[in-house]
Ligand binder design. Structure first.
Ligand code: CMP
Length: 178
């Protein structure tokens, strides 16, 4: 009887200690979860599907790959790119042998403009889309699976977050990447 009494008396004390430990643990978990969330903060990148993606009816497949990976589609719009927009977008390539063909190609039919959100979106999108030349892009990547043409390589994506802001601003209000 007296040993039971001791146990009954000790239990609340142990529960109190457990409670303190649990609060500490939960507190530290909450702290590490929120710092993890900060590290995982959503950022944005710009991408567009070239006219062949619309013609070949692979828009859904490509968008689905981004969604399955965990991207949020922040903006998605069918758009007829003007020559002026294409020239701004590809100004770094002006003078290169492929420039004219590229500008002519991306203005040849509707494209699909996208703002994609995820942690480290620039790097992740570029991994998913694969090398510029579909002939050397890895199987399993968008270009590796869906194209054989370097000009009609299904998709463009910004190569830095600075360029993502510049490129997005050609087609979207300036605050879209904030
Ligand atoms: P994109 O990601 O849209 O960026 C520039 C585009 O130029 C590239 O994809 C290709 O479609 C196109 N291009 C055509 N020829 C070349 C080349 N030799 N090197 C790089 N890009 C090329």
């Amino acid at each position: 009887m007296s040993s039971q009494h001791v146990i009954v008396q000790k239990r609340p004390a142990k529960d109190e200690v457990d409670g303190v430990l649990r609060e500490e643990r939960e507190g530290s978990l909450t702290t590490s979860a929120s710092s993890h969330q900060q590290k995982q903060e959503q950022q944005y990148t710009f991408s567009f599907l070239k006219p062949e993606a619309v013609k070949q009816r692979v828009v859904g497949e490509v968008v689905s790959r981004f969604e399955r990976k965990g991207f949020t589609i922040r903006e998605l719009r069918l758009h007829r790119m003007t020559r002026g927009e294409a020239e701004r977008l590809y100004s770094v390539h002006k003078g290169k042998a492929f420039y004219e063909e590229l500008v002519t190609h991306v203005t040849s039919g509707p494209v699909v403009l996208m703002i994609l959100a995820a942690p480290s979106p620039v790097e992740t999108v570029r991994k998913l889309i694969g090398a510029t030349n579909p002939l050397v892009a890895e199987p399993g990547t968008i270009r590796g699976d869906l194209s054989t043409s370097i000009t009609a390589n299904v998709i463009h994506a910004s190569d830095t977050s600075e360029n993502a802001k510049k490129e997005a601003s050609i087609f979207f209000p300036a605050d879209v990447l904030r």
